[in-house]
Design a protein around this ligand. Structure first.
Ligand SMILES: NC(=O)c1ccc[n+]([C@@H]2O[C@H](COP(=O)([O-])OP(=O)(O)OC[C@H]3O[C@@H](n4cnc5c(N)ncnc54)[C@H](O)[C@@H]3O)[C@@H](O)[C@H]2O)c1
Length: 415
């Protein structure tokens, strides 16, 4: 096989992977699925490529002759779709987040172990150039032993909330909890250090006016303080604070490496600042700053999120082809996700620390096989959690109606 035949579920975010599969030399786009019929028809006209088959139903889509699927459907529904695809013999690339509950996490792990198919978690922030450079330097021993790190993914989504929730009060983006969407800030630190999380304390920022205007039911932002297996601590913060920030900083026994803050004058999130001693305790560092460039930089630079959207897919496809590749497997995906899940349990329990299980071990899985606690009523049933720790806020129907009108009028303007 010299090209992997790829199908994509979901035509919102999925357009990035559609773009990859059409551009890249190692993949061929063969099928697209979305039950949003109008959008699918528009995309069909736009792509104007008779070699692609379009599906409204996922069950029909996974019968298409292909090797791999990209799951860019709702963030709370990846695991059941991943399991169906794996059982059909397909490799799976899953958008964030990997699962919604612990029960799903265990079932997904066991399906991957049984089917021996490739599962890659699409945490693209791990493939950002600054993060990859931090990983390279850390793994070469330049930072020494890892002591502390910080990750931020602050995205004030208020200006785009109508576009991404369509005024639907039940959209997953309205019904998460503050520490759910946590892997953009935690993931890169886990990927750099390859250390496992062992416990977490969670915090939630209050339900301020921005959240109310947006019609979401959860606190403004979430914070996780995570202890790693070597005793180091990482702080992760993510949510809808006033100004955007994608930023990572790591401290080790020989110094510090960090990416540029978005407000910094001399560059953007792709720049790194490296402040490292030649030996531990020597205090002889000078600060170097540069924009690292990865292999394939020219192809990647037109892709989103600092080119990371290209690399996440590139590594998945190369792995299927049996070449050297760095994917995020299900165990590491859960090292990135479970701190957020348990941080919310910590918040609900007055910020008490919570132990994070290592689901690589069967005995640890057995403790959580029936744990469906989450904020999604369809899944959680009698284990339903509130979206906000102080109880679901009341949002007037007018908020959603106004967002819906904005969404509809923008859609009309694009036609
Ligand atoms: N990694 C990133 O940087 C990044 C950025 C944006 C979104 N995302 C992720 O991408 C995913 C999709 O987000 P989105 O922004 O496109 O919004 P979304 O979740 O509203 O869109 C999902 C799309 O999938 C379709 N869909 C859902 N279930 C389906 C089903 N059963 N059958 C057929 N079609 C179905 C919907 O019609 C919709 O077009 C989410 O998981 C989100 O977390 C990731």
């Amino acid at each position: 096989m010299d090209k992997v035949r790829v199908g994509v579920l979901g035509i919102g975010r999925g357009q990035s992977m559609i773009h990859y599969a059409k551009q890249a030399g190692n993949a061929q786009l063969v099928a697209i699925c979305d039950y949003y019929e109008e959008g699918l028809q528009n995309l069909k006209r736009e792509l104007n490529d008779p070699s692609i088959t379009y599906y409204l139903s996922f069950d029909d889509f996974i019968n298409h002759p292909m090797d791999a699927v990209v799951l860019a459907n709702y963030a709370t529904e990846h695991a059941p779709f991943a399991m169906k695809a794996l059982k059909k013999g397909l490799h799976v690339f899953s958008e964030v987040l990997p699962v919604q509950t612990l029960k799903e996490a265990i079932e997904l792990i066991e399906t991957i172990e049984e089917t021996h198919k490739i599962y890659a978690y699409g945490e693209n922030y791990c493939y950002m150039p600054a993060v990859r450079e931090m990983k390279r330097l850390y793994q070469e021993g330049k930072l020494g032993s890892f002591e502390y790190g910080e990750g931020e993914y602050i995205h004030n989504c208020e200006p785009i909330w109508a576009d991404i929730t369509y005024g639907d009060k039940h959209h997953w983006r309205n019904r998460m909890y503050a520490t759910f969407y946590s892997t953009h800030s935690i993931g890169p630190l886990i990927s750099i250090t390859q250390l496992k999380p062992v416990s977490v304390v969670g915090f939630e920022l209050p339900y301020w006016s921005r959240a109310k205007r947006m019609g979401k039911l959860w606190g403004t932002a979430g914070i996780e303080m995570i202890t790693l297996e070597n005793g180091a601590i990482i702080k992760s913060v993510h949510g809808d604070l006033g100004k955007n920030s994608i930023w990572f900083s790591i401290y080790g026994s020989k110094g510090r490496i960090e990416s540029a803050r978005e407000d910094a004058q001399c560059g953007d999130i792709e720049r790194v600042y490296v402040n490292l001693d030649s030996e531990e305790g020597k205090h002889d560092s000078t600060v170097a700053t540069y924009e690292p460039k990865e292999l394939h930089h020219e192809c990647a630079k037109d892709f989103g999120h600092g080119g990371s959207d290209y690399y996440a897919m590139y590594h998945f496809i190369e792995k299927i082809l049996g070449h050297d590749a760095e994917i995020i497997d299900i165990y590491q995906a859960l090292d990135m996700f479970l701190p957020g899940l348990f941080a919310y349990r910590s918040i609900l329990d007055g910020n008490q620390p919570k132990k994070i299980p290592n689901l690589r071990y069967k005995e640890e899985r057995d403790l959580y096989r029936h744990d469906v606690a989450c904020t999604d009523p369809k899944i959680a049933q009698d284990q339903l959690l509130p979206c906000y720790s102080k109880g679901n806020p009341e949002v007037s129907q007018e908020v959603y109606e106004s967002l819906k009108m904005t969404y509809e009028s923008k859609k009309k303007a694009h036609q």
